[in-house]
Write a protein that binds this ligand. Structure first.
Ligand code: ZN
Ligand code: ZN
Length: 271
């Protein structure tokens, strides 16, 4: 199994730091988180002991027993306390004072979808839980059939979490739309005209906004439920790495919020 995609994300974040200086702080933080996640992912792949196998396999079951994953949580908290934005670092500090039973509750809540609803988040706890769980969920998803033939829903077919973003990929003379899961990063096909929040499919209720600053990233907003999602258009920029470009284009989120829309799912950094 290749670890190339982790390096690709970190490299893209570095590159965008130069392109979008306003996002350099958040992109530097993302690089630290991604490096941590890469190490955790590598550990899950390469250490093949029964204990570790069971630990991450259990994530997909209803009896979630995150022993091995939890053993990495103190390292994540220490990292975030050291290099995270103030609010997130304070949350990590508070979490570090709690015991492992409380950590386990938090991780299980994240796995059970109680995370990242739209609107302003009061706490960075869900972000920290997701940063820890994401590599495990991504590895599990990578071990399944990635194509999900025939599936066109708006919830992840692997882990049932909401999508983080949309992606447009070249197909024929046009583009094919897919959605990317906010937890396991599974990508699946989705109809072009569909709100992934309320399933609105009337084209006059779904609006696309683009700006000059980010020609390959657009806001797709629903006038029925007022949710929005960002879509990375790879037909316009084939070098984009969706999870990173989504984070780097935070001014679009500020604009969408000012227009009265709520993000369907906060990204890994809680934006
Ligand atoms: Zn998923
Ligand atoms: Zn909607």
């Amino acid at each position: 199994m290749t670890l190339f995609f982790w390096s690709q994300r970190i490299e893209r974040a570095k590159q965008l730091t130069g392109t979008y200086p306003f996002a350099s702080e958040i992109l530097n933080f993302y690089q630290e988180i991604a490096a941590f996640q890469k190490e955790l992912y590598e550990s899950l792949v390469t250490h093949n002991s029964t204990q570790k196998q069971n630990a991450y396999k259990a994530i997909a079951s209803t009896n979630f027993e995150p022993t091995f994953v939890l053993s990495w949580f103190p390292r994540l908290l220490e990292l975030v306390r050291r290099v995270g934005p103030v609010k997130v670092a304070q949350t990590a500090d508070a979490l570090a004072q709690k015991d492992s039973a409380q950590w386990k509750n938090l991780i299980e809540s994240c796995w059970n979808h109680q995370d990242f609803a739209g609107g302003e988040s009061d706490s960075a706890e869900p972000f920290l839980a997701r940063a820890l769980l994401q590599p495990c969920a991504e590895l599990l998803a990578a071990q399944t059939d990635p194509s999900w033939p025939g599936y066109e829903g708006y919830i992840c077919p692997f882990c049932n979490h909401k999508p983080q973003m949309g992606v447009l990929r070249p197909e024929g003379y046009g583009a094919r739309r897919s959605l990317v899961c906010s937890l396991c990063l599974t990508e699946w096909s989705c109809r072009r005209i569909l709100c992934p929040s309320c399933e609105e499919d009337s084209s006059d209720r779904l609006t696309v906004y683009t700006g000059d600053q980010f020609e390959h990233v657009r806001i797709e907003a629903c006038e029925t439920c007022k949710a929005y999602i960002k879509t990375i258009d790879l037909t316009k920029n084939g070098l984009a790495v969706p999870i990173v470009d989504e984070i780097a284009t935070s001014p679009l989120d500020l604009w969408a919020r000012a227009e009265g829309y709520q993000k369907l799912t906060f990204n890994l950094l809680g934006l």
